[in-house]
Design a protein around this ligand. Sequence first.
Ligand code: F6R
Ligand code: MG
Ligand code: MG
Length: 368
Amino acid sequence: MAKITLSVIKADVGSIGGHIKPSDEMIDAVKRYIKNKGKGIFIDFYVGYTGDDIAILSTHKKGVLNSKVHKLCWDAFLEAAKIAKKQGLYGAGQDLLKSSFSGNVKGMGPAVAEMEIEERPAEPFLFFAADKTEPGAFNLPLYLSFCDPMYTAGFILSPVLKQGFTFVIMDVAYTKADKIIKLNSPEEIYDIAALLRDNGRFVVESIWSRATGEQVVSASTTRLHNIAGKYVGKDDPVMLVRTQKNFPATGEILCPYAIGHYVAGFMRGSHAGPLMPVKKNSSISFFDGPPVVSCLAFSVRNGKLTGPVDVFDHPYWDYVRNKVAKKAEEIRRQGFSGQAMLPMTELEYTGVVETLKKLEKRFTIRKK
Ligand code: F6R
Ligand code: MG
Ligand code: MG
């Protein structure tokens, strides 16, 4: 079987009415650009959006981190940014140019998830995109799907799955280079959990099958890979997950998204909110959120995509969305207090820090 590469590159290059969704004209511009200029580079592609982020999913034979592939997507985003500017949209070009202001102005730019695979005769995979959150949002779902038989029945029922998976986890607080650790399930699941509980610091970069050596997951970790050691804001993540046979089934990968676990992000990238599974091309609303995740299922053969199937567009997930909305409402009732707003180090805006500095001068030490 031929080797092919699956690539997702996504960026926020402008939205209608706030940070909520790109315009149809922007999406069309990206599609048109890729269709015209992508000949000879891409075998196939899909363009969609989740909240204010446009994602380009592609298949090709050029391997990961290929400059032609990345440049093509970058230029397509530039085209969309031009239209956003012309339409007077908010945050036009924000992930590409460092001139337009928002909480993410010093962000890394586009997020990337790629993997080069030996195509199986039947190759199903899932493409996740999340908005108003951070890469660590995938930590818990990945832990549950790849370590826990309560979620993945395959650990009990399939002798192949039972051999476990290797997690590659990045310490995103280290900014000089990639700092990674490899840990094996099932023997080291407590160590994996000890890292993955800290979504802001340790992020799953990839997961590999121990039975076959194949890569199963690739996730973007760009967010805290800070420029010059400085905090630069949330970077909404994307992820690719291959499924079935020697890997968890599609439904086993989806199961944990029924939790609506609390993640960092939401309004001004500075609050905790439940991660809501949404339909494809969903916008953002309540309190600039809630944090959302979309998931599209594809099959690929010789690089040709069939799909997508919108897996969260199903009555079951309507029920989940209602539950998650309740969780969002609950935490929003306490406004800025305690766990509802993120700790100082994670805030996307500097207002509080400045206020505290000013107030510090007004504190007095009472004499005994
Ligand atoms: C969060 C986000 C939004 C903005 C908020 C204020 O990641 O994108 O919640 O932070 O709408 O945006 P500005 O500061 O651009 O007015
Ligand atoms: Mg944005
Ligand atoms: Mg976004």
